[in-house]
Unconditional design. Structure first.
Length: 489
């Protein structure tokens, strides 16, 4: 039997009138945060029209060196210094309006205007004074950043407490500023009263509420009430790079409870928190670093010094011991030669500057864990990986290890391989120095092959120094920048 169609199908008629749609790539950290994602985004940004955030808030942080000085950004996407790129903050984020207005203002003072470039979903959750107070009070056990992110997401799910709506969104500030401020004040006051009328933060929170009208005036023009804003851009050809905050191992469900952040950090969430249909997904890009770190508590299988290091860093952050104090107490070069991994961890922290961007806390240090990376790559379908801080591996040549210690599954093909530590001998300082100049010798290629085989994904690039130029792209797997002939946004 033949079927006769007298009219064009929906698809052919519809597609003929549509411009080619764009796509989205998702970039996430594959370890415990602070893998140097901003640096990779900076390198990839020319290939995208929109850089978008989909989770977290002021608990994230990246420091960017610019010709006009150093700036620490927390909530704005990393593409701010690429004027062609639009910036989008999705509904999955928890926004601290005071800090966001401050970031916008700092950039304006540096001569960078975000007018016409920044859109923030009106449905992003609003961090309120009582969230910050609650988080600061309870930050000890998990080691949270004290930015109120957890309580904010908790209130989003709670919706109403004591007959008061607590899941306020950024759009509420626009729609009804007076009621929103009054509601925040009411919830904060109730909290203080329930605690006997005292809190070390009453004056600070009260000042925040007083300044909110000015802050919302700064943000007003950037708030986007159209839920389809990003979809429309992509349907008309824009290419999006989603920038994950924190890292997949800190995911609120997938990470090791309770030592996790409170948002979803896994790449699949980009399409929920970033307000786009997953049908536009192209690739998942992972970022890891060769000297691993973790802030806060929780499992860290490759930590140098194990539980001793975890406790030391916890105590140091409670006593506000940061880089300056630690460097006065310890000589990195001596510690590096110790045969105690705990000492080597301290030495590497000092030599490679592993202290929190926002908090200054000493980060726990670990050896490169290829076994763990392999599991993460598989679980999240990571297409390619950028490995930062490869140059820092050279410190191990001055340690008792005399090579690079790494946690690996020795037999990657076995069905139940057990992780093990091996000392990788085949790299030397000469190879790393050559690499910094852009020339990869056989030893460096050998290292790249070894890592790829053990993690089960290609390396798209390796970081051999902090400067832009020292990110070496491995051509075979690099994420190709897409040059657009005409602006698509
Ligand atoms: P919160 O996100 O402030 O609730 O903190 C929960 C956990 O996530 C703590 O262990 C934090 O140290 C960690 N964390 C949050 N944001 C970051 C980040 O940007 N880098 C690394 N760790 C983070």
């Amino acid at each position: 039997m033949t079927s006769v169609s007298t009219r064009p199908s929906f698809h052919s008629a519809h597609l003929a009138s549509q411009p080619a749609a764009g796509f989205a790539d998702v970039l996430v950290g594959l370890q415990y945060g602070d893998e140097g994602k901003a640096k990779i985004i900076d390198a990839l940004a020319p290939g995208y029209d929109v850089i978008a955030r989909f989770n977290g808030g002021a608990n994230a942080g990246h420091t960017i060196d610019t010709p006009s000085g150093r700036i620490a950004l927390k909530q704005l996407p990393s593409g701010v210094f690429h004027p062609h790129a639009m910036l989008y903050i999705g509904s999955g984020c928890a926004i601290n309006p005071w800090k966001l207005a401050d970031e916008i203002e700092q950039l304006r003072e540096m001569g960078i205007s975000l007018e016409g470039r920044l859109r923030i979903s009106a449905r992003a959750a609003l961090v309120q004074p009582h969230h910050i107070a609650m988080d600061r009070r309870a930050s000890g056990m998990i080691g949270t950043t004290g930015n109120g992110i957890g309580p904010c997401y908790a209130d989003r799910a709670m919706r109403v407490r004591n007959d008061t709506r607590v899941n306020l969104m950024l759009g509420d500030l626009l729609a009804n500023e007076a009621d929103t401020v009054a509601s925040m004040r009411n919830v904060f006051t109730c909290m203080i009263n329930a605690e006997g009328g005292t809190s070390p933060w009453i004056a600070e929170m009260s000042d925040m509420l007083l300044s909110l009208p000015k802050v919302s005036e700064t943000l007003r023009d950037y708030i986007e009430t159209d839920r389809g804003w990003l979809i429309d851009r992509v349907r008309h050809g824009a290419n999006v790079l989603f920038e994950g905050a924190q890292s997949v191992l800190l995911d609120v469900v997938d990470g090791s409870q309770p030592y996790v952040t409170s948002s979803h950090t896994v790449p699949a969430y980009a399409y929920v928190g970033g307000d786009l249909s997953p049908k536009y997904h192209r690739r998942t890009i992972g970022v890891a670093k060769a000297i691993m770190s973790r802030v806060g508590r929780g499992p860290f299988p490759s930590e140098l010094g194990g539980e001793r290091s975890a406790q030391y860093c916890h105590d140091a952050s409670q006593k506000s011991v940061g880089a300056a104090e630690e460097q006065v107490r310890c000589t990195a070069e001596q510690l590096l030669r110790s045969d105690d991994p705990f000492d080597v961890g301290i030495a590497l922290r000092i030599l490679t500057g592993e202290y929190g961007t926002g908090t200054g806390r000493p980060r726990r240090i670990g050896m490169l864990d290829l076994a763990q990376l392999r599991e993460v790559v598989k679980a999240h379908g990571v297409d390619c990986v950028y490995l930062n801080k490869v140059d820092c591996l050279s410190h191990y040549f001055h340690s008792a290890y005399q090579g690079i210690p790494m946690r690996v599954h020795r037999d990657v093909l076995s069905t139940d391989p057990l992780p093990d530590v091996l000392i990788y001998p085949g790299l030397n300082e000469h190879s790393l120095a050559l690499g910094r100049e852009g020339a990869l010798d056989a030893a460096m290629h050998g290292f790249v092959d070894f890592v790829e085989r053990h993690i089960g994904a290609p390396l798209a690039g390796i970081g051999l120094g902090p400067e832009r130029a020292s990110l070496i792209t491995l051509a075979a797997h690099a994420v190709s920048p897409v040059t657009s002939a005409s602006p698509r946004v």
